[in-house]
Design a protein around this ligand. Structure first.
Ligand SMILES: Nc1ncnc2c1ncn2[C@@H]1O[C@H](COP(=O)(O)OP(=O)(O)OP(=O)(O)O)[C@@H](O)[C@H]1O
Length: 594
């Protein structure tokens, strides 16, 4: 957290724009299209600079009673320039849009890949809704920047620079008027830009917070309704979006003031230029009305360019903000993962697990010690149960086993080797977890089972479903394996979801199986089916079972009793029952009397 703050402060400084340029590495693969787009942009911008000059000449040739063919020739050249400009702009947009789409899809993929590989501790401190909305809002901002803002920026710079050169050649005296205004506008643009950027970042933050509420309440709609908290949530959401709107409106004041100031400058300059120009013509210092026409149109071009540059500048500021957010995510260190196919023979697990003097606290709460010098071992193919009061640290042990976190002290070893010597995915690929709260994806039953082994054949999936006692209910659905399970599996019962999770684990065929309260939410009949499936699943593998209800762990080869982060008892069911005043004995007496 602290290093994040430091990074943030640094990035707000001079390095920011440089950092933003780092995004260009995503554009690099498409540099040919990008260059063609740029050339077309240059061509259309430069050609637009000829228009005022040609228009001036056209006016002059009419005034000086030239021959009609000459006037028409000038007219046709103008039309040709316009058509050429139109064609260049058309293809420029197409090339830029192509580059943008490809760049953003690779950036999106890159961010997704990175995000999904970030360690659990990253997600402990972030809310999913906020991350989600941040990323999508930031990416659409960048989309706008890549397709329009950058092109506008360059086009306006060319018009500004070219326009000035041409103004100077037309009338140096008049140009002086324009130049006087420029420094004022630049200073004002800088100051306003800073404010606008501050406000737009704050507004983006509020919108992200509002989206978090939206996402969380939709995900937890059942709870919202059950607690009749609709009005509470409406107010909570309303508060955030009102805050966003207020900040947006405040920034609107700055934008409005800025824009009207610019308009004043521009139109003021036009009036001054025409005024002065007329005086110059009268005194013979300026050649013709045509020259004044060119001058005025160049001035308008320049004025337009300055206004647009100001808008473009504030857009660029916004996208710098968006880039900062995205880069911050990309800079988070990710876990090192390897492709599933690549489990080397020396990394294949046999199933012996040893916990040696493990101490642990969660990164988000470093002052609360959760596991305190824990040691125990699980032989290969043994069933070991973890029991103990709520909050004792059972689920934390599972998280450490899966290497969601590393112990603060001590080591977990697999077949005698420190877990940290294995790549993350190699370990996790050889374990399967069945939790009480099964998470199913909102697709078909088949897809959900196959999640245990992507690319599994239909036979393998059906075999897994049979082993998990799930085949019968699946067959009873009119659409069988293709039955959609609804968002997070809401269209299935708890027991059915559980058995799908077991089928997943069967398909994965892990060396180590972890069951966390897997049967506690079920009725007797469902529990029997699930327990039966679990018994089959546990055969021939190392199993770690967390259970509150001791009836389910009587048969375990070993029971480890945890209390307040310590291992307090260890032994078989019968051994532990003989411990006078023991926690297990007490729990057992309580449960069996009930
Ligand atoms: N992500 C987390 N961040 C900070 N503290 C946590 C986190 N998860 C759990 N804890 C804390 O760690 C302690 C142990 O929690 P754990 O979930 O391991 O207990 P448990 O024995 O599995 O409990 P239960 O039987 O209720 O599931 C608790 O005090 C809990 O508040």
């Amino acid at each position: 957290m602290q290093s994040n703050e430091v990074k943030k402060n640094q990035s707000a400084g001079a390095g920011t724009f440089k950092q933003t340029l780092r995004l260009y590495k995503y554009v690099k693969p498409f540099w040919i299209e990008f260059t063609i787009g740029m050339v077309l942009l240059l061509a259309s911008s430069i050609s637009s600079l000829f228009i005022p000059d040609l228009l001036g000449k056209l006016v002059d040739s009419g005034q000086k009673m030239r021959l009609t063919p000459e006037i028409n020739r000038l007219g046709f050249i103008l039309v040709a320039v316009l058509i050429g400009q139109g064609i260049c702009s058309f293809f420029r947009v197409i090339f830029f849009v192509n580059v943008t789409e490809k760049t953003l899809s690779s950036l999106r993929q890159h961010i997704y890949n990175h995000l999904i590989q970030l360690p659990m501790k990253f997600f402990l401190t972030r809310r999913v809704g906020e991350l989600n909305s941040r990323i999508s809002a930031d990416i659409s901002l960048l989309q706008e920047t890549f397709t329009t803002t950058i092109a506008e920026f360059i086009r306006n710079l060319i018009v500004l620079a070219g326009g000035f050169v041409l103004l100077l050649t037309t009338s140096a005296k008049l140009t002086f008027f324009m130049l006087m205004l420029l420094p004022v506008i630049l200073v004002v643009a800088f100051v306003f830009g800073k404010y606008i950027r501050k406000f737009s970042k704050a507004a983006q933050d509020r919108v992200a917070e509002a989206n978090t509420i939206l996402e969380e309440t939709l995900q937890g709609i059942l709870n919202v309704k059950a607690f009749a908290n609709e009005f509470f949530e409406m107010r909570r959401y309303g508060k955030k979006i009102n805050e966003a709107a207020e900040i947006g409106m405040k920034s609107g004041i700055y934008r409005g003031a800025f824009l009207s100031f610019l308009m004043l400058c521009i139109f003021g300059a036009m009036v001054a230029v025409i005024w002065k120009g007329s005086l110059l013509i009268a005194s013979g210092e300026m050649q013709s009305a045509g020259e004044l026409v060119s001058f005025v149109i160049y001035s308008a071009f320049i004025g337009g360019a300055v206004t647009e540059l100001a808008e473009v500048y504030s857009n660029l500021q916004k996208s710098i903000g968006a880039t900062e957010n995205l880069l911050e995510i990309l800079e988070e260190p990710a876990e090192e993962l390897t492709a599933p196919a690549a489990i080397a023979p020396e990394h294949e697990l046999n199933g012996l697990i040893t916990f040696e003097n493990i101490s642990f606290h969660y990164p988000s709460r470093s002052d609360v010690s959760v596991l305190k010098d824990i040691s125990f071992s699980v032989e290969a193919n043994q069933k070991v149960a973890l029991v103990g009061p709520s909050g004792a640290g059972k689920s934390t042990i599972v998280s450490l086993l899966l290497r969601f976190y590393d112990p603060v002290n001590g080591a977990i070893s697999f077949d005698g080797r420190d877990g940290r010597d294995f790549p993350y995915s190699v370990l996790r690929n050889q374990m399967a977890v069945v939790l009480q709260d099964v998470f199913l994806f909102g697709s078909s039953i088949r897809d959900n089972i196959a999640y245990g082994k992507p690319g599994a054949t239909e036979e393998e999936i059906i075999y897994a479903a049979k082993q998990a006692n799930a085949w019968e209910f699946i067959q009873n659905f009119p659409e069988g394996m293709d039955t959609m399970v609804g968002d997070r599996g809401v269209q299935l019962s708890g027991g059915q979801r559980q058995r799908i999770a077991i089928a997943r684990a069967v398909l994965k065929n892990p060396r180590i199986l972890i069951l966390d309260e897997a049967t506690s939410a079920l009725d007797a009949e469902s529990e029997k089916l699930v327990q039966d499936a679990l018994d089959k699943l546990m055969e021939g593998r190392t199993s770690i079972i967390i259970a509150h209800r001791l009836a389910t762990v009587r048969e375990a080869d070993k029971i480890v009793v945890l209390d307040d982060g310590y291992v307090v008892e260890e032994g078989t069911h019968h051994e532990l029952l003989t411990v006078d005043g023991g926690i297990y004995r007490n729990l057992s007496t309580m449960q069996f009397t009930n």
